[in-house]
Design a protein around this ligand. Structure first.
Ligand code: HEC
Length: 115
């Protein structure tokens, strides 16, 4: 689903993660009034698959888009479109790179936490 030519915006990892965290908690990024954190606070809604490094199988991605596996950016886009009912972010945007970086940090915490 990520176009082959689309390279994510590049920036230092710590900068992206900090921006991603702010966006994750921002209810104005979508049109539904929800923020990512509305559903994902305290690791809410994450399934077992989220413990594995990307790319990996995600039920929602398979059910809604027929994908066998997704990377972090693709998972952000899927949650933008499906539960957030919003347009996907531009592939080269800083926002997408930031959310993808934050989600990968979140994944590590989730894997640690539920061990
Ligand atoms: C209305 C609830 C809701 C909102 C809002 C939401 N999500 Fe999700 N998200 C889900 C559900 C449900 C799943 C579980 C999907 C699955 O495992 O099949 C999920 C799964 C995920 C996963 C883990 C998938 C995996 O296993 O790799 C990530 C990462 C994620 N969401 C990121 C986001 C981001 C970023 C946003 C904001 C742009 C967001 N979500 C907004 C409901 C939501």
């Amino acid at each position: 689903m990520q176009p082959e030519e689309a390279q994510l915006h590049q920036a230092p990892q710590s900068e992206l993660v900090a921006k991603g965290e702010a966006l994750f908690n921002d209810p104005s990024i979508g049109e539904s009034g929800l923020s990512c954190a509305t559903c994902h606070q305290d690791f809410g809604q994450y399934k077992e698959t989220f413990k594995k490094p990307y790319p990996h199988f995600v039920n929602m991605a398979n059910a809604k888009a027929g994908l066998d596996k997704v990377n972090a950016a693709e998972m952000v886009q899927l949650c933008m479109v499906v539960p957030m009912q919003t347009d996907p972010l531009p592939w080269q945007s800083e926002s997408l790179a930031a959310l993808a970086a934050y989600v990968q940090d979140e994944r590590k915490r989730f894997a640690e936490h539920s061990r």
